[in-house]
Design a protein around this ligand. Structure first.
Ligand SMILES: Nc1nc2c(c(=O)[nH]1)N[C@H]1C(S)=C(S)[C@@H](COP(=O)(O)OP(=O)(O)OC[C@H]3O[C@@H](n4cnc5c(=O)[nH]c(N)nc54)[C@H](O)[C@@H]3O)O[C@H]1N2
Ligand SMILES: Nc1nc2c(c(=O)[nH]1)N[C@H]1C(S)=C(S)[C@@H](COP(=O)(O)OP(=O)(O)OC[C@H]3O[C@@H](n4cnc5c(=O)[nH]c(N)nc54)[C@H](O)[C@@H]3O)O[C@H]1N2
Ligand SMILES: [Mo]
Length: 668
């Protein structure tokens, strides 16, 4: 008889679904959605429906490995943990002695979202005085744009959309990236709401929208300004809200909006005037509109500014104080747990160099002072997911770089390692999870023993701390001690019954504190005008790619069947085929003599990637789409999609610009 254990999906997704794991003789034989979980209510996405196949995959690493062939080739032999830890400690001691702490660089992101395992390396690397990593690969530009307009205003409840009469999915492939949020949008639609999607191509999400607006990549700021121009012209404004709760509308209306009449906007965005007018009219007349803003628009050189412009829309119609809350960009619950207890900034001997993770290629340049001599990668796959892959892999090939990778699988990055350490899956270690798409939190115990000799992130750092002679008692705590330390102070976000649920490992719900005055900005108002920004008034900026010479905009979007490079281990999902495909419009394909199924090369000044073409009417002319991030092992050539992306950053926040590139394509 299988026993049921509660768990949470550990992956980097807003949903943080509750799961029940069926365990038999130390193995997971199945998983299903936890019916008692208030957000996902018993359902899981297609990726997680058979998570046990990832956990017990034949490709799992079960022992430490030492490289026996050239870097990148994947030839390894098994070694013991003891030998491996000794070797790491000896190499690091040498490097520390000769080059100092900054010659060591940790690289991690979001292989697991559990608070303890995700942050397990911070105290250790702080203590060594290592270089620090600025973890900006995802959507810091969205955060910066949001902060500029709304400050720390709490997000609406994810259920608020149920009352909306108009929903705009703006740069959000919710069916893939926020499935359970999307269930609420579909419920709102059943109750009569009209759904508009603003996208660069037709996705499985846009198939569920009433209206689809296809915009030229990177021009959404112009689109938003054009809509506001029309709202102003039609007088579809909430004057009372603007007077009481908004800073800078008059200046914005006088200085910025007049420059964006429909003809200008249509020419720039590719959205025809009739569609633009219909969108503005529908938005202006809605009683209770909600914009759901995805990461799509923010991975551009103008990402923060575009976010600011879109967030001005609800201010013009007074939607922020209506029941649907005007805009939803995920929940922000960073203050809930006392993370300083875990991160231990105080262990740092002094300030050290900060390396932007999008510029790993540059950081691994041997000319850096001091050069990075040791790289320690955990729960991330930079050889695949990090932009400017050519530069990243050139760095990883350096013979004088000592690379250790802690992983569940022999990923592209692990192939370049000198030593590989086997990692537990989320079913094999405890943790505390906090969602970013809803207000759920949950404490999770291990459901299974570690597979093979796998160790969790925390246990690995504990062993490394011991080998490096770090004497702080902090490093001798167990994972459960760390979880309890986060839970000991009663958070004002938790009511007593929810605290009890959390302590027992049941799903618990946070209650965001109410903030008077309504907006968490210094002025207490929605700040269209923000004098603390380099551009006090929002006005559309060009994207980086506007200056690129190639003809096609490359959108490297999320896939339904993978999560960045995770799930490539799964043969039963179409993740590998999807990531090996480039979608082109009929016109662009014909102009290049390309048909569906042809082997093609996508290229620009940075790299070349071999892919299979799919010609489709779902992609407009001038756009090329690659969904998901492949592993080289399942690709035609070694280079994958990020060989085409660059180390250019967003306007604010130091973010990645994954969608802001141009390419050309030829038959291989
Ligand atoms: N299935 C699946 N789920 C995921 C992920 C995944 O890879 N796969 N990734 C996870 C991660 S790490 C994150 S950060 C989150 C969010 O993941 P994100 O990558 O932020 O995805 P979305 O927010 O859905 O937004 C992406 C959508 O924006 C569109 N887009 C691109 N450029 C533009 C533009 O210029 N204008 C407009 N209007 N649209 C544009 C793309 O076509 C795409 O459909 O999802 C998480 N969940
Ligand atoms: N072209 C393109 N590139 C992108 C994006 C895009 O849209 N387009 N999206 C970007 C975004 S939004 C993000 S957030 C980044 C994500 O970048 P990453 O966080 O690097 O994401 P993954 O590809 O999911 O790789 C995570 C790795 O962690 C491993 N792992 C899982 N659990 C554990 C654990 O407990 N311990 C250890 N040691 N390892 C574990 C998994 O096996 C997996 O290989 O990718 C970015 N890259
Ligand atoms: Mo992300």
């Amino acid at each position: 008889m299988a026993e049921l254990r509660r768990s949470v999906c550990p992956f980097d997704c807003p949903d943080a679904c509750g799961m029940l794991v069926e365990v038999e003789a130390g193995r997971a034989v199945g998983v299903r959605g936890d019916p008692d979980h208030p957000y996902n209510r018993g359902t899981l996405c297609p990726k997680m429906a058979h998570y046990e196949r990832s956990v017990h995959s034949d490709l799992r690493l079960t022992t430490p490995l030492r490289r026996v062939g050239p870097k990148g080739e994947g030839a390894f032999e098994p070694v013991s943990w003891e030998e491996t830890l000794d070797e790491i400690a000896a190499r690091w001691r040498d490097i520390l002695g000769q080059w100092g702490g900054e010659a060591i660089l940790p690289y991690s992101y979001a292989g697991t979202m559990g608070l303890v395992q995700r942050n397990a390396g911070h105290p250790f690397f702080h203590r060594l005085g290592a270089s620090r990593l600025d973890r900006t690969i995802c959507t810091p530009a969205k955060g910066a744009g949001l902060a500029a307009v709304l400050g720390s205003t709490p997000a609406p409840d994810p259920e608020a959309v149920l009352g909306a009469d108009l929903v705009v999915l703006w740069g959000l492939h919710a069916l893939a990236t926020n499935l359970h949020g999307f269930q609420r949008v579909r419920e709102a639609r059943r109750r009569g709401a009209k759904v508009w999607a603003v996208e660069t191509y037709r996705t499985a999400t846009t198939d569920h929208a009433d209206h689809v607006i296809l915009v030229r990549p990177g021009t959404d700021g112009v689109l938003a300004a054009g809509v506001m121009h029309l709202l102003l012209e039609a007088g579809d404004l909430d004057r009372i809200f603007l007077d009481r709760h908004v800073l800078g509308f008059e200046a914005f209306a006088r200085e910025v909006l007049p420059q964006y009449p429909p003809a200008v906007v249509a020419a720039k965005t590719g959205v025809d005037e009739a569609t633009l007018r219909a969108f503005a009219a529908a938005y202006g007349r809605a009683e209770n509109p909600q914009i759901q803003l995805g990461g799509g628009i923010t991975r551009y050189g103008n990402g923060a500014m575009t976010t600011r412009l879109i967030l001005c829309l609800p201010a013009l119609v007074g939607a922020y104080l209506k029941p649907a809350g005007g805009a939803f960009l995920g929940t922000s619950t960073a203050g809930v747990f006392p993370m300083a207890k875990l991160l231990r900034e105080d262990f740092q001997p002094g300030p050290t160099r900060l390396v932007n993770m999008n510029r790993l290629g540059e950081a691994l340049d041997p000319a850096m002072d001091p050069p990075v001599k040791a790289l320690y990668v955990y729960h991330s796959n930079p050889a695949a997911v990090t932009p400017d892959q050519g530069a990243v892999r050139a760095g990883l090939l350096r013979e004088d770089l000592f690379t250790v990778v802690h992983e569940r699988f022999l990923t592209d990055t692990a192939r370049y390692a000198d030593l590989v350490l086997p990692a537990t899956s989320s079913l094999e270690h405890p943790d505390l999870y906090r969602a970013y798409g809803h207000y759920g939190v949950q404490k999770v115990a291990a459901a299974l023993p570690p597979q093979g000799e796998a160790r969790s992130n925390w246990r690995t750092f504990q062993a490394l701390a011991e080998r490096m002679g770090l004497e702080e008692p902090f490093f001798r705590q167990s994972e459960d001690d760390l979880i309890e330390a986060l839970l000991v102070d009663p958070s004002p976000w938790l009511t007593d019954p929810e605290r009890a649920a959390l302590a027992e490992g049941r799903p618990a719900r946070l209650s965001p504190p109410a903030l008077p005055p309504p907006f968490g900005t210094p002025s207490g108002k929605v700040e269209i005008l923000n004098a603390r920004e380099p551009e006090p008034l929002p006005r559309p900026l060009p994207s980086h790619a506007e200056g690129d010479p190639e003809p096609l905009a490359l959108v490297t979007a999320p896939s339904l069947y993978s999560l960045n490079s995770t799930f490539q281990e799964r043969e039963d999902l179409p993740a590998r085929q999807v990531a090996a495909t480039i979608r082109l419009s009929a016109g662009d394909a014909a102009a290049r003599g390309i048909s569906s199924g042809d082997e093609v090369t996508a290229f620009n000044g940075r790299g070349e990637v071999r892919l299979t073409a799919e010609v489709t009417e779902r992609v407009p002319e001038g756009v090329a789409v690659v969904e998901g991030v492949a592993w080289s092992a399942f690709s035609k050539g070694r280079a994958t999609v990020n060989a085409l992306t660059s180390q250019r950053l967003t306007d604010r926040g130091g973010g990645s610009t994954f969608y802001d590139h141009r390419i050309d394509v030829r038959r291989s």
